[in-house]
Every structure is written in structure tokens, then in C-alpha cells.
Write a protein that binds this ligand. Sequence first.
Ligand code: IMP
Ligand code: MG
Length: 175
Amino acid sequence: MEKHHIDVMIDEAAVDNRIKELGKQISRDYAGREVYLIGILKGSVYFTCELAKRITVPVIMDFMQCSSYGAATKSSGVVKLSKDLDMAITDRDVIIIEDIIDSGRTLSHLKDLLSQRNPASLKICTLLDKPSRRVVDVDVDYTGFQIEDKFVIGYGLDYDQLYRNLPYIGVVEFD
Ligand code: IMP
Ligand code: MG
């Protein structure tokens, strides 16, 4: 691993506060309904769980995992499902929970795939967004923070599988 250090970008209190706000907003928007949260493994595990704790309408949590088919086909935006949902989402109010949107390829593909299963509604909630990196357009309904184009870790995000457990968002700086 290249020599590097971590700088704090968004501290723990700020992340927690923002997640509380998103939870309130979602609770208001879905008043009287039940939400079906889909966390995208592994990056959005922490965010999905913390957000779910702050939502006051009934919540169902499910997870799916996808990976892109490899560098050669990355531009096609084709992602492979390595773990599908446990339940059907037909007629459910679904929110996809992502850690970060970069090119937008993953989410745009996932949204297409899930909308074919006829949910009652389908929205996207991301903790972080790097709008300057967007290649494929995606409508994002809830965003925690828009950030500049830096490689970030923590709160589920990894650098070579490390740092997911950090309770804040950090930037990897190479020495
Ligand atoms: P997209 O399909 O390009 O939008 O890819 C989004 C995925 O790339 C995220 O779910 C992350 O797994 C990964 N990713 C993008 N930017 C970062 C970053 O700054 N740190 C860690 N992972 C990232
Ligand atoms: Mg991810």
C-alpha cells in the first residue's frame, strides 16, 4: 500500500447531524407509509443502519451487492449482482441507499434493474455525491453532502477494504 495519511473531511458530529436531518425528511415524505430501504453492500452498511434508526415510519431493510464486470466493460455500466434482495419489492416504496455517487453508472444501472420489478416508488438516497465526476445522469432524491473530487474513506467507504469502520469521512492523501 502506498504511503498515505488520512485528513478529516467531515467530522463525526457533522455526519451524524446530517443523517438525523435526512431521517426526519424521509419520515415526513413517507408519512403514513412503510419504506423499503435497499442498502448497497458493503459501502452503505453504516449509512443504511444509522439512517434507518432515524426514520420514524415503519422500515424494512434489505441489502444487495453488485460489482462491475471489470475494467474493459466498465463504460457499458453493466453491473453484476453478487447478492440479490431477499424479498420482492413489487408495490413497495423503495429507497436505494448508496455511500457515494461518482460516475453514476452503478446507480443508473441499479435503478433500471429495480424499476423493472414494479415498485410503487423508487428513490435514491446517497451519503456523498461527487457531481463533478458524473458520466451518467441519475436523479438523486436525498443527498447527505456534495463533495469535491477527492478519494474519500470512512463511514463504510474503503481504500483497499480498509477504513470502512472510521466514524467520519476522511480524505486519503498520498505522502
Ligand atoms: P459509480 O458507479 O462510478 O457512481 O461508482 C460508485 C462506487 O464507486 C461507490 O459505491 C464506491 O464503491 C466507489 N467510489 C467512488 N468514489 C469513491 C471514493 O472516493 N472512495 C471510495 N469509494 C469510492
Ligand atoms: Mg459502493
